[in-house]
Write a protein that binds this ligand. Structure first.
Ligand code: NAD
Length: 482
């Protein structure tokens, strides 16, 4: 058993302040870069913070709801970031998350500034009708202060929200600006029938999968963590079985033959050393309303238990501040894949790094959602499905090519080639390929910084350095900063 560390209450408290954490992470990376202080200050501060409160009538009576939207950086427009529904949302949290969005977009080369919003409400405690009223009213509040719009600020789903809420927001925004031809581009993560894009719902989870694959094929990273290459048979534990966690778990299980040994939700964790089928766990939850009690698995009351299960890869995909100085010693993974935003506190990170745990930081690993959101936004602005114009022409070109070489190759090979070439590429394939390219390219950029720069000692600092350099380049292009 790991020796117990003494942690003073004050140090533990400071270790949990999310806004301070992101600020310190920025400073760590900034210290490795040769960028003037004024420019660093411009990049670091949050440009705008919107707060509102509004009354909503429910069957139980009137309730007053609070909401926030932080705009971290206007170096690119529009600004982009999710809206979360959670009873603990606060100003500091959205400001920290908005900053992460700026850096995330820069890392994956998506031309947006960072933003984030939140409504202080527990979505599980309210009816669909109430949630719809809250969402429409919040959209109205945002619109009245110019905090939403295709060219200004484009929300997306986050914790506690999904395509249903995005459809309500798009509809409410359209009602306010009935002649706006680009209205659908005011939010992303919409249902496909409402201007959404195929592959958006699972994009963050799929991006997590691609990021983990890249790390598990990186010889230097594997040496660092002491693991063998490849994903087949690797043991994975996932905290949070919502949008991101569910898709990450099912994709790693289905495509990569990972063994999902642990899963957790807000009401408990489940463990089976031989592996859980995440699809069956999902069915069980739909039927019982909980993942706990899943047959064949051991149930633990604590949602934090999944962080301590024996595994190769740990995927926190729920909330911030989950791996702290109090439990980092008990974390057993070799690769920590931060699907959630801010799941690891700095104190915990130090402990993990001292054990050579390889950390794929949130600002890189969960950027798949915003990458595909960018595809959706572009699609909404062009008013056309990807690939529609050139589809027939491409097919015709390939058919002509095949007809030409038909006599030169053997029959079997020709059949295979024909099937491969004449298959028309649809929106989903384009989205997946764009996402994979985005995640792989970004991984390579960050790992180059980590493994090649003397002053950079961890992947998070490398990711921040990568982001800061790109944002600084944007500001410098304006000719104001040196
Ligand atoms: P979600 O609401 O769909 O899922 C979160 C899940 O975590 C829910 O099922 C919830 O019940 C569960 N949960 C809540 N408290 C928990 C606890 N203490 N322990 C274990 N599980 C708990 O949200 P999501 O969209 O999957 O987001 C999860 C994380 O990923 C958040 O940190 C979010 O900011 C981040 N993220 C999401 C996206 C996206 O596209 N949805 C993009 C980037 C980052």
């Amino acid at each position: 058993m790991a020796a117990k560390r003494k942690v003073s209450t004050k140090a533990a408290q400071e270790d949990l302040n999310f806004r301070n954490i992101v600020s310190a992470q920025f400073d760590n990376a900034a210290a490795t870069l040769d960028i003037p202080r004024t420019l660093l200050a411009q990049i670091k501060v949050c440009n705008n913070l919107f707060y509102c409160q509004f009354p909503v009538k429910t069957k139980q009576g009137l309730m007053v709801v609070e909401g926030w939207r932080a705009e971290h950086s206007h170096h690119k427009k529009p600004l982009k970031g999710g809206i979360r529904y959670d009873e603990h949302v606060n100003a500091d949290e959205v400001v920290a998350l908005a900053a992460l969005m700026t850096y995330k977009c820069a890392i994956v080369n998506v031309p947006f500034g960072g933003s984030k919003g939140g409504v202080r409400i527990n979505p599980r405690a309210h009816s669909e009708d109430t949630l719809q009223r809250v969402t429409r009213r919040f959209t109205f509040e945002l619109a009245s202060k110019n905090f939403i719009g295709p060219g200004v600020n484009v929300p997306a789903p986050d914790m506690g929200t999904g395509e249903r809420e995005m459809a309500w927001m798009a509809d409410a925004f359209s009602a306010l600006t009935p002649t706006g031809i680009d209205n659908l581009a005011c939010v992303t993560g919409k249902p496909v029938s409402q201007g959404g894009i195929r592959g958006r719902t699972e994009a963050t989870g799929r991006g997590v999968q691609y990021g983990i694959r890249e790390a598990m094929a990186d010889k230097q990273a594997l040496k660092y963590m002491g693991m063998s290459p490849g994903l087949a048979g690797k043991k994975v534990s996932v905290q949070g079985f919502g949008n991101v966690g569910y898709h990450a778990a099912t994709l790693l299980h289905d495509d990569d033959d990972c063994v999902i040994v642990g899963l957790s939700e807000w009401d408990g964790s489940i463990y089976n050393a031989k592996g859980l089928n995440p699809h069956e766990v999902h069915e069980w939850r739909l039927e019982k309303g909980t993942i706990t009690g899943f047959p064949g698995a051991k149930t633990f009351k604590s949602p934090l238990a999944a962080l301590e299960f024996p595994c190769d890869i740990l995927v926190p995909a729920a909330l911030e501040n989950q791996i702290t100085m109090a439990n980092a010693d008990k974390v057993k993974c070799r690769l920590l894949a931060e699907a959630a935003n801010g799941p690891t506190t700095p104190g915990a990170e130090k402990i993990l790094l001292s054990k050579n745990v390889y950390i794929l930081p949130d600002i890189y690993l969960n950027a798949g959602g915003v990458a595909v959101s960018y595809f959706e936004w572009t699609k909404n602005l062009t008013h056309m499905r990807f690939g529609r114009m050139e589809k027939r022409l491409n097919e015709l070109d390939k058919r002509m090519l095949l007809d030409g070489i038909e006599n030169l190759i053997d029959r079997k090979f020709e059949e295979r080639l024909r099937a491969q070439l004449t298959h028309s590429i649809d929106e989903l394939e384009l989205v997946r390929s764009g996402l994979e390219d985005t995640m792989c390219t970004a991984y390579q950029e960050i790992r180059e910084i980590f493994f090649r720069r003397r002053k950079v000692h961890d992947m998070r600092t490398a990711a921040f350095a990568c982001a800061i350099e790109k944002v600084a380049a944007s500001y410098r292009a304006l000719g104001i900063f040196p």
